[in-house]
Design a protein around this ligand. Structure first.
Ligand code: C2E
Ligand code: CA
Ligand code: CA
Ligand code: CA
Length: 279
């Protein structure tokens, strides 16, 4: 028995070595990703189900790893954050989105606001306001064309500094959306304190909103609350006609999810803006 324990410990430390090595190699691969221009943006349409048209898009980052193929953000953003590189990635994302918007505009593509995700860590940086303002200006992109998606954890910090940064960004003309709404905290007081324009109902509630559990009631409550606070709504992760029908019936017309479109390569998103979604 003793012996088994030791084996287990031995095995555990071996595993830690393997993990540490994997991590080191991923860190160095990520540093190279910046130099090698291996990041890309895809755009997922937001669709107004009442009008049947694309009313927005969300920029989502992908990593084109030289040997592993396309890697999603969940697999590398936490590490990027730990490495202290999230500011650099966030800047890259905003710059690329602005470049795309400016090109669409030049080419006469009908524009919709594009949302970018802000990490909580980016939010703490002093130069966030200036860098966003300067990036928009450098590309001639109107602030109304950019929406920032922030998670509840940012808003819950509830410091004067947070409020000031949000007010400042709002003052620039950018709109703000609370991402993954409903998953974070029970206090909703922050919604009144901060200049938030849009609530994005988290996929976990949308998933079962057409079912018989608690979630239909939660979704109805979120929609009613957003309406009474004068906020816009987006339901994320809509995958079935049944979910879409329930959301639409309760007054949430704007939806994002595989039912309408997956995140699209730039050329496909551009085509969707010009010609609508296929099908
Ligand atoms: P998120 O902001 O909640 O983005 C929505 C995620 O749900 C995306 O995953 C999207 O591909 C996925 N999704 C959309 N519709 C459906 C659906 O109908 N069903 C299902 N099952 N999933 C759906 P993705 O692209 O892997 O991004 C994951 C998360 O990574 C994002 O969650 C966001 O928090 C973060 N992220 C993505 N891009 C960036 C970025 O540029 N900066 C930062 N800081 N975070 C990012
Ligand atoms: Ca988001
Ligand atoms: Ca989300
Ligand atoms: Ca989510």
């Amino acid at each position: 028995r003793r012996r088994g324990e030791n084996d287990a410990i031995q095995c555990y430390t071996e595993q830690m070595k393997v993990d540490a090595l994997a991590r080191l190699s991923m860190e160095s691969a990520l540093r190279k990703a910046f130099e090698g221009d291996q990041f890309a943006l895809v755009y997922q349409p937001k669709v107004d189900a009442d009008r049947g048209c694309v009313v927005g898009g969300e920029a989502l980052v992908r990593w084109h790893h030289p040997t592993e193929g396309v890697v999603g953000p969940a697999a590398f953003i936490p590490l990027i954050e730990e490495m202290g590189l999230i500011g650099q990635l966030g800047q890259w994302v905003l710059t690329r989105a602005c470049e795309d918007i400016a090109r669409w505009c030049r080419d006469g593509v009908p524009l919709v606001p594009i949302a970018v995700n802000l990490s909580a860590l980016q939010f703490g940086r002093q130069d966030l306001h200036e860098s966003i303002r300067d990036t928009l200006a450098a590309h001639g992109v109107a602030p109304e064309m950019i929406e920032l998606e922030v998670t509840e954890s940012i808003l819950m910090r509830d410091t004067r500094a947070t409020a000031e940064v949000l007010e400042g960004l709002h003052g620039l003309g950018l709109s703000l959306a609370v991402d993954d709404f409903g998953t974070g905290y029970s206090s909703l007081a922050y919604l009144k304190r901060f200049a938030v324009d849009t609530l994005k109902i988290d996929r976990s509630f949308v998933q079962d909103c057409a079912g018989t559990g608690q979630d239909p009631a939660i979704v109805r409550a979120i929609i009613a609350m957003a309406q009474s606070l004068g906020m816009a709504l987006v339901a994320e992760g809509v995958e079935t006609e049944a979910q879409a029908r329930v959301l639409q019936a309760h007054g949430c017309a704007v939806m994002q999810g595989y039912l309408f479109a997956r995140p699209l390569a730039e050329a496909d998103f551009r085509a969707a803006l010009c010609d609508g979604l296929p099908g």
